[in-house]
Design a binder for this molecule. Structure first.
Ligand SMILES: N[C@@H](CCC(=O)N[C@@H](CS)C(=O)NCC(=O)O)C(=O)O
Length: 222
């Protein structure tokens, strides 16, 4: 029986990052869905907030620890299950990869976070179109910075030809952009890396449209 449980949601990009790392490393895990919308959002239930006081997914349960924050989870998995690696040996490369991830995690991701969008809608009467304009405005800034940095580092993956943490973050970011109709034609390197990685089995297994909680209307076979 699996010793790891991942509390997550099919189309959450932070959950997708962790699923990619788990499948890349061939780590068996139990998928525990947390529906972010049903019943006011299952992330807000007291039983879940005992595991993750931030009321967010993902949460990893392993050997008695409950760990939130996808970056912290990836670091934990890399230390506990070092092979196959998701970080190179070179200390400078590792630092630059973490910087790349944080650009997505700290700046881009919160812009399209559910609770932020719900606040804009409830307190400021934002329509769907206005919420997308908000996302498009901020995402354009972050995406062009990422594209510039990829010019220095990318080959078939974000950092050379090895799949790393950076790709665990980039692929879900592209999925979120597509979900919110962000125009991606100005970011050819980013798009090419996403396309290169879609062929991998561990990406297909992690994809939001193939999970046990993916609604029938969204489900695809890849
Ligand atoms: N920085 C956190 C962000 C986690 C996060 O915001 N998750 C979203 C889904 S992608 C969530 O649970 N949102 C619930 C809400 O906004 O109510 C991480 O990387 O894990």
């Amino acid at each position: 029986m699996s010793q790891i449980t991942l509390y997550n949601y099919y189309r959450s990009s932070t959950s997708y990052r962790v699923r990619i790392a788990l499948h890349y490393k061939n780590i068996e895990f139990k998928y525990h869905p947390i529906h972010l919308l049903n019943n006011g959002g299952e992330q807000h239930q007291d039983s879940y907030k005992k595991l993750n006081p931030m009321a967010e997914v993902p949460t990893l349960d392993h050997k008695g620890i409950h760990l939130g924050q996808s970056m912290a989870i990836l670091e934990y998995l890399e230390e506990f299950f070092p092979n196959p690696p998701l970080l190179p040996k070179d200390i400078h490369q590792r630092a630059k990869i973490r910087q790349f991830c944080e650009n997505i995690n700290s700046f881009l991701h919160p812009i399209s976070n559910l609770k932020i969008l719900q606040y804009l809608e409830k307190k400021h009467n934002y329509t769907t179109q206005e919420k997308e304009e908000w996302i498009h405005h901020w995402y354009a800034k972050g995406l062009s910075a990422l594209e510039t940095s990829l010019k220095q580092t990318a080959k078939s993956c974000s950092f050379g030809d090895s799949f790393t943490f950076a790709d665990c973050f980039l692929i879900p970011l592209v999925f979120t952009c597509q979900r919110f109709n962000v125009a991606l034609n100005s970011y050819p390197i980013l798009m090419q890396i996403n396309e290169n990685c879609q062929q991998f089995d561990f990406i297909k297994k992690s994809h939001p449209l193939t999970q046990i909680d993916t609604p029938e209307s969204d489900r695809r076979s890849l």
